[in-house]
Design a protein around this ligand. Structure first.
Ligand code: S3P
Length: 177
């Protein structure tokens, strides 16, 4: 992390949108580091995400998450990927103002297929596919509201990265005109 610098991009979107995979490839293409806020939470707390949910509840996880996101977006100069629910916390949305936020959009079926066999606490429900679709429906408007760019994520990660890079470059050009 470099104090006082801004992230190249902050990736948001639902579980399974590819925030970590696309984030790593985007960071590589830009020659910068990726900071995955879920990993940062695990490093700082010394606990796994499911353990935090179990011990402190979702509210406890969201408090830690908001602190970490605010720190990371204020100090990390590379690519940042946020956990899928982070943008639902008002303090996180405030921390994102003025940053380049990329919404990796994916449909419920394709997104769920990518995380069906994971240990995501939010999907510990009698019908995880239905739960995923409900969570996505609840959050979709917020993802759009915080995003500077919306990118279709149901594609090969490198294609997604190339699309993000092209669109970031065209934004920079139009800002200079
Ligand atoms: C969550 C998504 C997870 C993780 C936690 C909660 C969510 O991150 O932050 O399990 O609320 O959607 P990913 O989006 O990286 O799966």
């Amino acid at each position: 992390m470099t104090a006082g610098s801004r992230p190249v991009a902050v990736l948001v979107g639902p579980m399974g949108a590819g925030k970590s995979t696309v984030g790593a490839a985007l960071a590589r293409s830009c020659g910068v580091d990726l900071c995955d806020t879920d990993e940062e939470i695990v490093d700082r707390s010394g606990r796994s995400v499911p353990a935090i949910f179990q011990e402190d509840g979702e509210a406890g996880f969201r408090t830690l998450e908001a602190e970490v996101v605010a720190d990371v977006v204020a100090t990390h100069s590379g690519v940042v990927s946020l956990g899928g629910g982070a943008v639902m916390t008002p303090a996180v949305r405030e921390a994102l103002v003025g940053h380049t936020v990329v919404y990796l959009r994916i449909g419920a079926e394709a997104g769920f297929a990518r995380v069906a066999h994971s240990d995501r606490p939010l999907l510990a429900a009698p019908n995880p596919a239905e739960r995923y679709a409900e969570v996505l429906a609840d959050r979709e408007e917020t993802y759009r509201a915080v995003a500077s760019l919306v990118v279709d994520a149901d594609r090969d990660p490198q294609v997604v990265v190339d699309d993000i890079l092209a669109r970031l470059a065209s934004r920079t050009e139009s800002e200079q005109e």
